[in-house]
Design a protein. Structure first.
Length: 262
């Protein structure tokens, strides 16, 4: 199933079964789970209200091949802002909880230019993370990542920054906010280059802000991602990241807390 196939199945409203090609170890890739919940939440708010901020708690792993239910409820609908809660439920257990704020534009005298994009090596000169069955996560057969910053995971080379260019391998019909949600979570935790061999690591919580009005992004465009470690220790890592278009326009800001079992 392509990403667009998965979104279409989620929109159908029935229980959804996520196929193993979207797996990440024993679980389903968290980005596609979060994107499905976001897409459901976006449909229940008043028209003209874009997602401004979203907080996600990854409560438990979603097992591929087992039906999930996607839920979204309005907590409050104000004059300009809608507060929405979303959940993924599998076999009666809550696997993901999401809170998101959707808001329409307001008139304001405050106008501050967005953060500039970091200088990055062109996509054509960046090494890619190839999909190798049995070695790389299954979902990477759908998402192309080209390294521009930092070392590869489990290289033992350390560093504070990691990231590069990203896009879907199967070009979608359009790039929606749901597509951005999935792409941003595709990158491995920035702490993994500190490890000399594979160990389990997973996102515990995630906060994502998408800038609106959002820069125009065409199907097939590359997006630039750069994450920095704020602090890591005692089995947890705290990172922040920015996402930009090829023209250097800010698209989104991300913060994650990850668990590292090694």
């Amino acid at each position: 199933m392509t990403f667009d196939d998965v979104l279409a199945a989620g929109k159908a409203g029935a229980e959804l079964v996520l196929t193993p090609d979207w797996a990440q170890g024993r679980a389903t890739f968290g980005g596609i789970i979060a994107a499905l919940v976001f897409d459901k939440m976006e449909k229940v708010v008043a028209p003209g209200r874009a997602m401004r901020s979203m907080q996600v708690s990854f409560v438990g792993p979603v097992t591929p091949g087992v039906p999930v239910e996607i839920e979204a409820d309005i907590l409050r609908e104000g004059k300009a802002v809608s507060q929405v809660q979303g959940r993924i439920v599998q076999q009666g257990d809550v696997k993901l909880v999401c809170l998101a704020s959707f808001g329409g534009d307001r008139e304001s005298v405050v106008a501050v230019s967005p953060l500039p994009a970091p200088a990055a090596t062109p996509v054509s000169e960046c090494p890619g993370l190839p999909y190798i069955k049995g070695m790389t996560p299954e979902f990477t057969q759908h998402i192309d990542m080209r390294w521009a910053f930092g070392a590869f995971p489990f290289s033992g080379r350390g560093g504070r920054d990691m990231g590069g260019w990203m896009q879907f391998r199967e070009t979608p019909a359009e790039i929606t906010d749901a597509h951005i949600v999935a792409l941003v979570d595709a990158w491995p935790p920035a702490v993994l280059p500190h490890l000399k061999g594979p160990v389990p690591a997973s996102s515990l919580s995630w906060a994502l802000d998408i800038m609106h009005p959002r820069p125009a992004i065409k199907p097939g465009d590359w997006l630039l991602y750069r994450a920095s470690i704020d602090q890591a220790g005692s089995g947890y890592g705290h990172t922040q990241a920015g996402i930009w278009t090829e023209k250097g326009e800010l698209v989104a800001l991300s913060r994650q807390t990850v668990t590292v079992f090694g």
